[in-house]
Design a protein. Structure first.
Length: 136
């Protein structure tokens, strides 16, 4: 039996099938553009649950990614969320992009994971990296 922390079969399938540069978007419940992605996984079941960062942190434990895209207005609109993202993923590049570029990245995503988050700007696009063997 599977021993990992992520028990959602669709999320497991998506992250395990990602290759370098594939994108997965983790969005709040109101972000438009998610319907253009190849797959939509709805996790939200009420406002505020689950939160984008909770989902992102858990997926981040099991998935290699090089970069996180975020809309360029988030540091001013929601500095607390922005700082939590930086603190949660040290050493990972957080690239601030225009809303148009962010929506294009959503549309290019292998999957969109919609949450119940309702914070301003709480939307992230993860860009897959290369999983390297440890030197042990």
């Amino acid at each position: 039996m599977y021993k990992g922390k992520i028990i959602h079969a669709d999320i497991n399938r998506v992250i395990s099938s990602c290759r370098h540069y594939d994108k997965v978007s983790i969005l709040d419940f109101g972000m438009s553009g998610g319907d253009k992605a190849k797959e939509i996984i709805d996790l939200g079941w009420r406002r505020g649950d689950p939160m984008v960062l909770d989902v992102a942190q858990t997926i981040g434990e099991y998935w290699a990614f090089d970069k996180i895209l975020m809309m360029d207005f988030v540091p001013k609109l929601n500095p607390e969320f922005y700082q939590k993202v930086l603190d949660s993923f040290p050493g990972v590049t957080v690239e601030l992009v225009t809303v148009a570029d962010f929506k294009a990245a959503i549309a290019d995503s292998k999957a969109v994971i919609r949450t119940g988050d309702n914070q301003d700007g709480a939307n992230l696009v993860f860009v897959a990296g290369v999983a390297r063997e440890s030197s042990k």
